[in-house]
Design a protein around this ligand. Structure first.
Ligand code: ZN
Length: 402
């Protein structure tokens, strides 16, 4: 059999298989038809491949997965950031028309092409930092037409960029200023959800369930409808306050719940029982200078598969590089380095239901691989400000580097 690509001479292959990192010292990877065909000990002789890639002592890892972003948006919140650093509160700025609603205004004004070009540029930067799969939420339109515009941008990008994109409908991100809350909740349920599902524009539906956003009762109504339409569900839960979002995520059978810095012990136990993936967003904690930290100790005790994402968006996290988010996970949330790295690979894959396809180096999975210019895997987090990604391989093809 002639294979497509034979990666030889890696110093370490960080497979992410098993409980830890599953590191193989030295070794080869053989790729066929865009998928990993074999992972074996050093220098497999007699392998006939169309192409041989000499890893020249580099570390090989699975491509990174950013399982929580809001990267299609208009405008900038740089001035707002400056005001916040002068001591103005996020809530005060939001009351004066800043915050999410200022991005909503800019996103509504932006054309499809403007949104597309900017998002494509962010995705290119993310690729250079090793991100091969990206979940992207809507939620800056808040009208049917503008939400569809954002989701259509994601669909078009998915056909053009090297990464796999996973679209999520987050119509329930905020109540638009021109509508009453109940009126808007009904619009999301009766108008937007059927339209988005009918057009096949989103895989998941997310709700910002919190004290400053949607109530548990509203969240339940929206996500129940989403489930009826056959869509996967997610929650932004217990970020600003413990409103019982974690418990609700468990009750509703969500695939994941995100933020969770204020989640109660009871809520986390319910999530563990129901198999809901916790998604930690430590870059947001960093950017907003939040003091609350997720209860990593309990999540660890409960054996929960902690995922880590950037939460990339213009207001609360301008971080798009996953190694930096992983470093925030370690330095701020107290994750071990293996936890931080599993968080941006195999556990991130679980958070978007793709763990049988990507997130680890295993025969049968897509060959989404990174070659790192590093002496050992620890350096990726240790030297978080240094981009050590040398080559990015997506579905068996080199898409960046070499
Ligand atoms: Zn978010």
């Amino acid at each position: 059999m002639i294979f497509d690509l034979h990666i030889r001479n890696a110093s370490q292959i960080v497979t992410m298989e098993g409980d830890g990192l599953g590191v193989i010292e030295g070794g080869d990877i053989i790729i066929h038809d865009g998928k990993i065909s074999q992972v074996c000990g050093a220098d497999k002789k007699g392998c006939n491949a169309e192409q041989v890639l000499d890893a020249a002592g580099k570390v090989v890892m699975p491509g990174f997965i950013d399982c929580h972003t809001h990267l299609v948006f208009g405008g900038s919140r740089a001035q707002e950031f400056a005001r916040r650093m002068e001591g103005e509160g996020y809530a005060d700025i939001a009351r004066e028309g800043g915050g999410i609603l200022s991005t909503v205004k800019a996103t509504r004004h932006a054309t499809f092409e403007e949104l597309y070009d900017r998002a494509a540029a962010w995705l290119r930067l993310m690729l250079h930092w090793g991100t091969t799969t990206v979940e992207i939420k809507s939620g800056y339109g808040l009208t049917l037409a503008d939400e569809l515009k954002q989701l259509s941008v994601i669909r078009s990008l998915a056909q053009e960029v090297p990464q796999t994109l996973v679209p999520t409908f987050l119509g329930a991100h905020a109540v638009p200023p021109e509508m009453k809350r109940e009126e808007y909740v009904k619009e999301v349920i009766n108008l937007m959800l059927p339209e988005v599902a009918g057009k096949g524009l989103a895989e998941f539906v997310d709700v910002f369930c919190d004290s400053i956003a949607f109530t548990n009762a509203e969240t339940r109504r929206i996500l129940t409808k989403a489930r009826e339409l056959g869509m996967g569900i997610k929650l932004h839960a217990d970020e600003i306050a413990d409103t019982g979002g974690a418990k609700l995520a468990a009750e509703l059978g969500a695939i994941s719940a995100e933020h969770l810095v204020k989640a109660s012990e009871e809520g986390l136990r319910a999530m563990a029982q129901a198999g809901v993936v916790p998604v930690l967003l430590p870059a947001t904690t960093f950017f907003l200078r939040e003091e609350a930290r997720p209860n990593v100790k309990l999540m660890r005790e409960l054996g929960m598969p902690m995922a880590v994402a950037t939460d990339f968006n213009p207001g609360s996290s301008t971080v798009y590089a996953l190694p930096f988010a992983a470093a925030c996970g370690a330095l701020l949330d107290g994750l071990t380095l293996p936890e931080a790295l599993r968080g941006i690979t195999i556990n991130a894959a679980r958070a978007i239901g793709m763990h049988d396809k990507v997130g680890s180096i295993k025969p049968g999975k897509y060959a989404d691989l990174l070659l790192l210019d590093a002496d050992s895997w620890e350096e990726l987090v240790y030297l978080f400000n240094h981009n050590s990604i040398h080559t990015v391989i997506k579905n068996g093809e080199v898409v960046c580097g070499v």
